[in-house]
Design a protein around this ligand. Structure first.
Ligand code: ADP
Length: 194
């Protein structure tokens, strides 16, 4: 039985970094980031990658069929029972599609959806600060695309929170502290659930 944790959070919330650090501490956990998986496909130069790039470079959501294929593929290929995916769900539709998939799949259980919560100001500073410091700047880390990513994150957030709160699966963690503090809180929580 695979135990699935999803991590959601604004651009700049640190969700990918936090999950990577937790997976690095435990041989029993595999982590995938939707954004990283899409960037890898873009970097491969495939036709699918070109299509994905036309969305990611503008900060728009990649089409649902590709997203579902990507996350289901990741869950299936994960070599461990505990799987963390960050960056999913990002819309009501993605949430409903996952729910349908889980209803047909006895071997996968959704344990929790962890929201890493940061203010818009923190998100803005981290993303545009990261762009200013980085050696290789992400094409979507500029102000215009950031604002679009932020809006697309914020618009469905209440619906997503309500859906998982109702199922008692939502765990909110403040993303305002240091990486060590956030990772420690998230790690303890995940360990308490597996
Ligand atoms: P951030 O959360 O900081 O915007 P990510 O690396 O998580 O960065 O995602 C980068 C981009 O990848 C998004 O702006 C979007 O284009 C695409 N993406 C990531 N996750 C999803 C998803 N679940 N559905 C659709 N598109 C996604």
């Amino acid at each position: 039985m695979k135990k699935l944790f999803l991590i959601i959070g604004a651009p700049g919330s640190g969700k990918t970094t936090d999950a990577e650090l937790i997976a690095a501490k435990h041989d029993t956990i595999t982590h995938y980031s939707t954004g990283d998986m899409f960037r890898a496909e873009v970097a491969s130069g495939s036709e699918q990658g070109k299509l994905i790039d036309s969305y990611v470079s503008k900060g728009n959501l990649v089409p649902i069929e590709i997203v579902i294929e990507t996350i289901v593929g990741a869950i299936k290929k994960a070599p461990t029972d505990v799987v963390i995916i960050d960056g999913y769900p990002r819309s009501g539709e993605q949430m409903t599609e996952l729910d349908k998939y889980l209803a047909t799949e006895d071997e996968v259980e959704l344990m929790n959806v962890i929201e890493v919560a940061v203010s818009k100001e923190t998100a803005f500073q981290r993303v545009l600060g990261r762009a200013a410091d980085a050696e290789v700047v992400r094409a979507d880390d500029n102000e215009e695309v950031f604002l679009n990513r932020m809006k697309l994150f914020t618009d469905p957030l209440e619906e997503i929170q309500a859906f998982y709160s109702e199922k008692n699966l939502l765990k909110q963690i403040s993303g305002e502290g240091t990486i060590e503090e956030i990772v420690s809180e998230m790690d303890k929580f995940i360990q308490s659930r597996v």
